[in-house]
Design a protein around this ligand. Structure first.
Ligand code: ADP
Length: 362
């Protein structure tokens, strides 16, 4: 009996030597999140630490080739999660370079390959669970409905939700060595969750997060886009630094609930973006109120907190999104409310219009 595909791929990868140690990449623990679908699509992350970018590229190519050669494998998508500790760990400012030799950070090079993308907007939140991913997905749908070529990159390494929110059943496909984003609800979408197993990504360290993000920017065939929304992990961490470092951000949009607890984190998030001269395009208040059957508004998490904090921080307030009891169901069913026939369509369209208005050449 033939062995399962995943085992055969693993065995093939175990024949690829890691020149640094002389052992194979599986024994060295370099292969992470290996998956193989029934239809032969194989995915894994290859941790490449030390050595130059050329060594890393060669190792990734060798690993991909080994996997692709296995009978039954239809496509291989592999992510190199860190090329060289030196390059990927460089701080955004490049101040680690006292001799003044300007090494180009990897993430910067990656961004250059998104040449067809006009504007990149980070969707950020101080903490998890405030509806950042839901808002990002629905805003992307609203921007597409307004006639803008829109992309959505789910870079929430620690909890990718785009596959669920958009009902994406397919895993990423690869053509000519480029990953093809999935087209859904008029949006070109790609999620880190479509490349690697999120359970594995949980344990990723800084350089790996940066490497994965780089790959989502450089190895995905985004084509021509007016705007790309990037759903970032909650808080302020490596993914944010990578994005800032890419020098591609037009600005950031912060999502918060009206709650005081959430707002303290908003202040921190705004401070990070401001420190790095990333414009804050505005603050969105999510879960602002619950409308009762008689039309009364119940302010479950407090009233107008995000609008107040926006004012206090001198950032534009982009609008409030009520609690839609059917939003969670719609999200779980992979049907964004903004793509349907629902009051949320207007809410998201209005917020999208404000974002569009704040970017002069969009
Ligand atoms: P985050 O990305 O901030 O962690 P999610 O987008 O995953 O948050 O949302 C958390 C939960 O809240 C999900 O179940 C989502 O469906 C629900 N949710 C988000 N916004 C709303 C809203 N305006 N009304 C009702 N449920 C919402």
């Amino acid at each position: 009996m033939t062995q399962p595909l995943i085992i055969r791929v693993r065995n093939a990868l175990a024949k690829v030597a890691n020149p640094k140690t002389g052992r194979n990449i599986v024994a060295d623990g370099r292969v992470q999140g290996l998956t193989a679908d029934d239809d032969g699509k194989v995915r894994f992350a290859l941790e490449v630490v030390g050595g130059g970018a050329t060594d890393a590229d060669a190792l990734l190519a060798a690993a991909k080739k080994a996997a692709a050669a296995i009978d039954g494998v239809s496509a291989v998508s592999a992510v190199a999660t860190a090329h060289s500790a030196g390059a990927t760990a460089a701080p955004p400012s490049g101040h680690d370079n006292p001799l003044g030799v300007r090494k180009k950070p990897q993430i910067e090079q990656a961004a250059e390959t998104m040449a067809g993308v006009k504007h990149v907007i980070a969707i950020a939140s101080g903490k998890g669970g405030v509806g950042k991913s839901t808002v990002a997905a629905n805003l992307a749908v609203a921007l597409a409905a307004a006639g803008y070529k829109t992309g959505l990159l789910d870079a929430d390494i620690y909890g990718p939700s785009l596959p669920t929110l958009f009902g994406l059943k397919d895993k990423a496909t690869v053509r000519d060595d480029k990953i093809i984003p999935v087209e859904a609800h008029g949006v070109r979408a790609m999620s880190i969750g479509m490349l690697v197993d999120p359970d594995q990504a949980l344990a990723w360290r800084g350089p790996m997060v940066m490497g994965a993000l780089k790959q989502l920017m450089s190895d995905v065939d985004w084509g021509a886009l007016d705007v790309m929304l990037v759903d970032t992990p909650p808080g302020t961490g490596d993914a944010h630094l990578s994005l800032i470092q890419s020098k591609r951000l037009t600005g950031a949009v912060i999502v918060s609930t009206p709650q005081e607890m959430a707002l303290a984190d908003v202040r921190r998030g705004v401070a990070l973006f401001r420190k790095t001269e990333t414009p804050i395009l505005g603050v969105i208040e999510n879960m602002a109120w619950l409308e009762m059957p008689d039309g009364e508004r119940r302010y479950v998490f407090g009233k107008g907190g995000a609008a107040r904090v926006a004012k206090e921080l001198d950032a534009p307030f982009l609008g409030a999104i009520p609690l839609y009891p059917d939003l969670r169901e719609a999200s779980d069913a992979g049907a964004p409310l903004a793509a349907g026939n629902h009051p949320a369509v207007k809410t998201f369209a209005q917020i999208a219009a404000k974002i569009i208005a704040s970017i002069p050449d969009l």
